[in-house]
Ligand binder design. Structure first.
Ligand SMILES: *[C@@H]1O[C@H](CO)[C@@H](O)[C@H](O)[C@H]1NC(C)=O
Ligand SMILES: *[C@@H]1O[C@H](CO)[C@@H](O)[C@H](O)[C@H]1NC(C)=O
Ligand SMILES: *[C@@H]1O[C@H](CO)[C@@H](O)[C@H](O)[C@H]1NC(C)=O
Ligand SMILES: *[C@@H]1O[C@H](CO)[C@@H](O)[C@H](O)[C@H]1NC(C)=O
Length: 342
């Protein structure tokens, strides 16, 4: 009999899960529209200057600092301007850039971008493949990223490349020999008019592991340990926007990763009901189950484990109406704070 109950509960749990999953699949199209992403910026027109980035990133970090919803420590925006720029021959397609970054006390780099103001391409193509390497000494180098730059015939243009691993390695004590910017399709080197590395850095590694002020509010967080037959609770779920295979998510500048959480677990009778209605529904379910005569009929389902309290998320993204500007938006209901049976 006991085994029977658990089997039924397990069946209902997977039924709840199927409902949620099929609802999510059906909502794909709607999701992007809800998020206001149905008109996407033209990727080739994105031209975010260093000033615009710095100004909006500081506003974003300030907003996060002021928000009670913050889940982790807030990093600092630190900009390193290029100190030395070397290119060898006139027709060489590579340029070396050096930045004043050396080992400091323990720090953690959340991300670091090389931002360059690329010269106009009067001759040659304007869509070019570019590689950025970290110089390691001798002839050794490490490829950091290869990506497409959309340049302009008549105007300068801002471009960016991820250099997080290089900045992390210099700050942790590796010798800094600089970066190499190689334009694979250019006539000559892509010698930038301006170059800087913007990085988000946690100055003190201990702060990262500080427990969040929100933790106390998350009464329904799952306890570590016993995994089987767990009752409805809030699990951690880190979302990496870069990994979600929606091209639309590429327009999100910050955060790249956030803790969204999800709800999962069993909803036995009288356990953590979200509303009076879900309590009543649970009672209906129990009553109908007891009545063996109608066992073959569809019975009222038991409650499903679902979010009962959600929080917003601050998002810094590229303005679709003006791809030279960033936009700060607050998206509602992006983070699960508490779960209940409903
Ligand atoms: C670039 O400049 C040239 C000459 O100054 C002009 O003829 C051409 O239309 C310009 N192209 C663009 C895309 O503005
Ligand atoms: C990109 O922005 C810079 C200033 O931030 C401007 O000088 C340049 O003309 C812009 N380039 C294009 C192609 O619009
Ligand atoms: C997020 O996803 C991207 C793309 O897969 C990956 O390069 C990056 O390391 C991920 N970040 C973290 C912190 O997992
Ligand atoms: C159920 O209803 C009563 C009376 O309105 C209310 O006091 C109580 O908070 C409700 N319970 C829940 C879980 O909503």
């Amino acid at each position: 009999m006991g085994g029977n109950i658990w089997a039924t509960i397990a069946a209902w749990t997977s039924f709840c899960l199927v409902l949620v999953l099929s609802a999510a699949a059906a909502a794909d199209h709607g999701l992007l529209q809800d998020l206001g992403l149905n008109i996407l910026p033209d990727i080739s027109k994105i031209n975010i200057s260093l000033d615009e980035y710095t100004r909006m990133m500081n506003t974003y970090l300030q907003t996060r600092e002021n928000s009670v919803d913050t889940d982790t420590a807030i990093p600092k925006l630190i900009t390193f301007n290029v100190e030395k720029q070397v290119w060898w021959k006139k027709r060489d397609v590579s340029v070396r850039l050096k930045f004043p970054i050396t080992a400091t006390h323990q720090v953690e780099v959340e991300n670091a971008q090389l931002r360059i103001l690329a010269p106009p391409q009067a001759q040659g193509p304007t869509t070019v493949r570019v590689q950025v390497n970290q110089l390691l000494g001798g002839r050794r180098k490490k490829l950091l990223e290869e990506r497409t730059f959309y340049l302009s015939k008549n105007f300068t243009k801002w471009c960016e490349v991820d250099v997080t691993s290089a900045v992390q390695s210099w700050l942790s004590g590796d010798i800094n020999l600089g970066l190499e910017l190689v334009c694979l399709d250019c006539e000559s080197s892509l010698s930038p008019y301006q170059a800087a590395i913007t990085s988000l850095i946690y100055p003190d590694i201990r702060r990262v592991r500080r427990s969040s002020p929100y933790q106390s509010e998350r009464r329904t967080d799952c306890q570590k340990g016993k995994r089987q037959k767990r009752k409805c609770c809030r699990q951690n779920m880190k979302v990496n926007f870069t990994k979600l295979e929606f091209p639309e998510m590429n327009f999100i500048v910050e955060p790249k990763i956030y803790e969204a959480g999800y709800c999962h677990g069993l909803c036995p009778p009288n356990y953590n009901h979200a509303t009076n209605h879900s309590r009543i529904q649970s009672l209906m379910h129990q009553m109908e189950r007891k009545n063996a005569k109608i066992a073959n009929r569809k019975i009222i389902p038991k409650a499903c484990c679902a979010p009962s309290k959600l929080g917003p998320l601050e998002i810094l993204l590229i303005n679709k109406d003006d791809p030279t500007k960033l936009l700060l938006e607050k998206w509602d209901n992006m983070v699960v704070i508490e779960c209940a049976c409903s």
